[in-house]
Design a protein around this ligand. Structure first.
Ligand SMILES: [Zn+2]
Length: 312
């Protein structure tokens, strides 16, 4: 069955069989619920109603995740669960990676050990998936601290991209300029979380200041036609996670999600999962939800899916 038929028939199993990219996945909460239950006995429950504050998010975290995975073994289990999840979902290109602070915390400060944890889980669980390994940073961290952590990552050819996430309003985006300049020289694809909590202008500024290739979220861009044009003209891709946006109260509902406005105006968008364990947002479900709520037409969703599979 082709993808469009599968959407129209609401056949999730067939949607799963179609190749898809997941370019917005934080592996820590990106794992398979079932895989983690089998390996830990833990039953991690997603949320279904929008939450109203980050305190609720923290409460969910301590109740469902807690300190259970804060070990080298725990971290490896989360990596394995993420490959298991992507495989079940029919994801064929998966972009994930470790936060820079995790190197010392879970991998003895040894970059080869860190890379090997991802590559061996990849090989063992889903070798057919194209893995794009990412370096991650939290926006609240001190720049000198990040630069110190990153010194271990520079020069390591296993990495494909770099991303910045966490509290979008923690510090000005300009502070990260020197890091992104170095990352560019390293040949990495440049990404950052912007325009989830911030404004359209924040999206434009981040792209200009950091010379981004892709933006995680970037949905606020839909509020300003000039920023939409800017993204189109500069071929900036937005990796969007609709259910996450809805459950975090960033959009009113799925039907009016700005992904439709962005994509119909020519912005290159992909659909990602963000955090499957909390949002119950695997990529196949995201496509189906966007179709069933009337946000996007099946042909538009198929076009997004195919574009996400292109090599850029
Ligand atoms: Zn994210």
């Amino acid at each position: 069955m082709d993808f469009i038929d599968a959407l129209q028939q609401g056949n999730l199993e067939e949607i799963r069989k179609c190749p898809k990219a997941d370019l917005h996945n934080h592996f820590v909460l990106g794992g398979s619920r079932q895989y983690l239950k089998e390996h830990t006995g833990k039953d991690i429950k997603p949320i279904f109603e929008p939450i109203h504050s980050m305190d609720e998010m923290h409460a969910w975290n301590s109740q469902n995740i807690g300190e259970d995975f804060n070990s080298s073994e725990g971290r490896r289990l989360l990596i394995e669960a993420t490959f298991a999840q992507a495989k079940e979902d029919g994801v064929t290109i998966l972009e994930i990676g470790e936060d820079v602070w995790g190197l010392g915390e879970f991998f003895n400060g040894n970059i080869e050990e860190l890379v090997n944890a991802f590559e061996s889980a990849h090989k063992e669980i889903a070798p057919e998936i194209e893995l794009r390994l990412q370096i991650g940073m939290s926006r609240h961290c001190d720049i000198a601290y990040l630069e110190d952590c990153l010194s271990h990552f520079w020069g390591c050819k296993a990495f494909y991209s770099i991303d910045l996430y966490g509290d979008e309003l923690a510090q000005p985006i300009e502070n990260f300029k020197s890091i992104y300049r170095r990352a560019k020289a390293e040949g990495l694809r440049l990404k950052a979380h912007v325009g989830e909590w911030g404004t359209a202008e924040d999206v434009r500024r981040a792209v200009e200041e950091l010379e981004l290739d892709e933006v995680q979220h970037g949905t606020a861009a839909a509020e300003d036609p000039s920023v939409i044009r800017f993204l189109v003209d500069n071929h900036i891709r937005l990796n969007i996670t609709p259910t996450s946006n809805y459950l975090l109260g960033r959009v009113k509902d799925m039907k009016t999600h700005p992904i439709a406005e962005l994509c119909r105006n020519g912005v290159d968008v992909t659909i990602g999962s963000d955090d499957v364990l909390i949002f119950d947002s695997d990529v196949s479900k995201e496509y189906l939800r966007l179709y069933q709520c009337g946000c996007l037409k099946p042909e538009e969703l198929d076009d997004i899916r195919k574009k996400g599979l292109r090599t850029v």
